[in-house]
Write a protein that binds this ligand. Structure first.
Ligand code: CUA
Length: 331
């Protein structure tokens, strides 16, 4: 009996424990911000459990216990006692809330000058990412994937171009809304190398669920190499197929929404594709960036992310192959 009970309990809590791990979990805290949030969460859980057990304990006891006949005076005394308990619980909750608010609003590390400034703009349904210099000028643009050096103080400037989105990378820190016409700021730091998934945390339309991003935390030298490569213009294509693809890109309407530096400058409706092939994912981290997925995406983006703003493009098989080859060459 005892063994069976233990096994059942284990099986019951297993799914809950499983959901605590993974690439997008606030329990896998790797920065001062997220660690503070995780600690606070455990404290709040402890206090809530205590209050919950106490309240339900008394409630069950009251239901089970037979109530003797009581005089008026005894009833008054009981009422006084109950009020005492209720006040006690209220004070506990109030104090906990105050601690939570204080802990959450105080900065976790000393903020001086940021080591890196990244502007992220939420769009339906992807992330436009710009690395800025200290005067706020754009160094280069990318999309949906952010690379940062570890142990650095990073300032995120968060904006929106359409509706309210919310920037949230649970392993790195708390979420903050991206509001049209207003800039919010968030400081984050990663103390461990890794790949941390983020997700839009404010319902923003039909493809809200497929509005994810990935933060790659790497060593400083690796970051510098990556950033240097991102600043470069698209490399010159030599293969004839890719060269033809470049012409298809310009002629078949892709260029109306997507920029490829230096030859194609779009009105920024869609992600910058200058170094598309260097990214690990497509369509706001909703699928891996490989030939098959890219082909599927170009052929019918509406089947993959219904309602998104990219239309299917009518192409001959030769043009399709050429375009694919060109996009795959944008390392
Ligand atoms: Cu953007 Cu939800």
């Amino acid at each position: 009996m005892g063994k069976k009970w233990r096994l059942n309990t284990f099986l019951f809590i297993l799914p809950f424990l499983a959901s605590c791990k993974g690439p997008q979990s606030m329990f896998e805290a790797v920065g001062p911000e997220s660690k503070a949030i995780a600690e606070l969460w455990w404290i709040l859980l402890g206090v809530s459990l205590f209050v919950c057990v106490a309240v339900f304990g008394f409630l069950i006891a009251a239901m089970i216990k037979r109530t003797p006949k009581r005089s008026r005076d005894e009833m008054d005394q009981l009422l006084g006692k109950s009020l005492g308990w209720a006040t006690g619980v209220t004070v506990v909750i109030l104090v906990t809330s105050l601690i939570a608010t204080y802990e959450y609003s105080k900065p976790q590390v000393e903020r001086g000058e940021p080591d890196l400034i990244i502007e992220v703009t939420g769009r339906m349904w992807w992330w436009d990412i710009r690395y800025l210099d200290s005067s706020g000028n754009s160094l280069f643009t990318t999309a949906n994937e952010i690379t940062i050096p570890i142990h650095k103080n990073i300032l995120f400037k968060l904006r929106s171009e359409d509706v309210i989105h919310s920037f949230w990378v649970p392993s790195l820190g708390g979420k903050i809304d991206m509001i049209p016409g207003h800039e919010n700021q968030l400081w984050l730091q990663a103390d461990q190398k890794g790949e941390y998934r983020g997700q839009c945390a404010e319902f923003c339309g039909v493809q809200h669920a497929k509005m994810s991003l990935i933060v790659f935390a790497v060593a400083q030298a690796e970051f510098e190499n990556w950033a240097r490569a991102q600043r470069l213009p698209a490399q010159a294509m030599t293969a004839p197929l890719a060269q033809r693809g470049k012409i298809v890109f310009g002629e078949k309407g892709c260029v109306r929404c997507h920029s490829i530096r230096p030859d194609y400058q779009a009105k920024e409706l869609g992600p910058d594709l200058t170094h598309l092939a260097s990214r690990k994912t497509l369509a706001a981290a909703s699928m891996p960036n490989n030939k098959g997925h890219l082909a599927g995406w170009i052929a019918d983006p509406q089947a993959i992310k219904p309602g998104n703003f990219m239309p299917a493009t009518a192409l001959t098989p030769e043009d399709f192959k050429a375009l694919l080859s060109f996009l795959r060459s944008l390392k």
